[in-house]
Design a protein around this ligand. Sequence first.
Ligand code: FAS
Ligand code: PHB
Length: 391
Amino acid sequence: MERTQVAIIGGGPAGMLLSHMLHLDGIDSVVLERQTRDHVLKRIRAGVLEYGTVKLLREVGLGERMEREGHAHDGTWIAWENRRPFLIDTKRHTGKQMWSFGQTAITEELYRVRARDGGRVIDDVRQVTLHDLTGERPWIGFERNDKTQRLECEFVAGCDGHHGVSRNGIPKERLRTFERAYPFGWLGIMSETPPLGDIMYAQHSRGFALASQRNPMLSRYYIQCDLATDPDEWPDERFWEELKLRFPPDIAHKIVTGPSVEKSIAPLRSFVSEPMSYGRLFLAGDSAHIVPPTGAKGLNLAVSDVYYLHRALIAQIKRSDGRYLERYSETALRRVWNAERLSWQLTQLLHVFPDDDDFTRRVRLDEFDYLQSSTAAQAALAEQYVGLPFE
Ligand code: FAS
Ligand code: PHB
């Protein structure tokens, strides 16, 4: 049997960041991860960090590689078929910048510092079960190398993503879920080519596209695709040709093409499960919510949940002050719902939907034209896109 103060289920960015931040405050944790380390570190996901995420990573000693390989942006562009591109100018309206720096690199850094600090991360676990969550001594059952083990703890952090088990630790009769599945996905590629330099969304009658980056020689591009799309039917040449058709010609010709080093499809979904806590179980990250990546909020929400949960656990464990823990779910959900709404709005604005009609298309165009013409609308979008301040 093992014992810790905080049992963390899931060794993705949420679980590992929480483990690292608790360690900095002298709190012991154990991370239980289903996959192998290699599998976790091979995942390619988010790429854009809100101001608050960048600030937090620096504060917890994870800024060095981001400063070296990442890139600060004064804003993100929206290109629009037959219109002048629009800049979500976060620098002008909020004084804050977004950073492009990949989730993969952040996860690598988190595994590095936990190993450096002697953190207990147990990967390749099976059959994780949660017990006595409403008691004083919850515990986690799991298997590893066919051996059944028990982890005694004081608190449980459910950081095991959308398909994890921790959300099921909350009785069904207490859970409310909210969901929207979108009738399309994103076909994404990574290529070892110099990126456009700016992060740019493109709205086009052929479908949405996105130009982003991971570092000065690693570009990330996406095109909206049908859910049934088979990446094998999209050789690089076909992808590059379609991507360029969706950007204005003066931007398309700047796109440097090259062989893809990764190609995959991400489905788009909005999902929230409330509440984010039950007894001594606290959910953080994708275990509690999913956003379509159109607003670059997924990873950033995981970080803000961890910020709130770390603050609450420290107050409880070190000062026996349970107020933040009691309010954790409502505090985190306020930020979650803002990100859910913004991501849903940008997804509606920038994608082509199968049931679009002329009215929808004209209303969508008017929303873009209004954005172009209204400083107030631009400021409102900028403050949400760069990330509202943590409460
Ligand atoms: P994660 O899903 O990253 O991590 C959960 C961890 O728990 C995983 O390592 C998993 O193996 C483990 N786990 C699961 N079940 C378990 C169990 N029973 N026991 C133990 N461990 C278990 N966000 C953006 O902002 N921009 C993007 O472009 C973007 N693209 C994405 C593409 C894809 C395909 C996906 C799935 C997500 C994408 N996201 C994107 C969102 C993504 O970045 C998440 O928000 C982020 O990974 C959330 O981190 P975690 O909450 O740690 O969850
Ligand atoms: C990315 O770089 O992968 C990225 C950028 C912006 C988004 C989503 C993903 O909205």
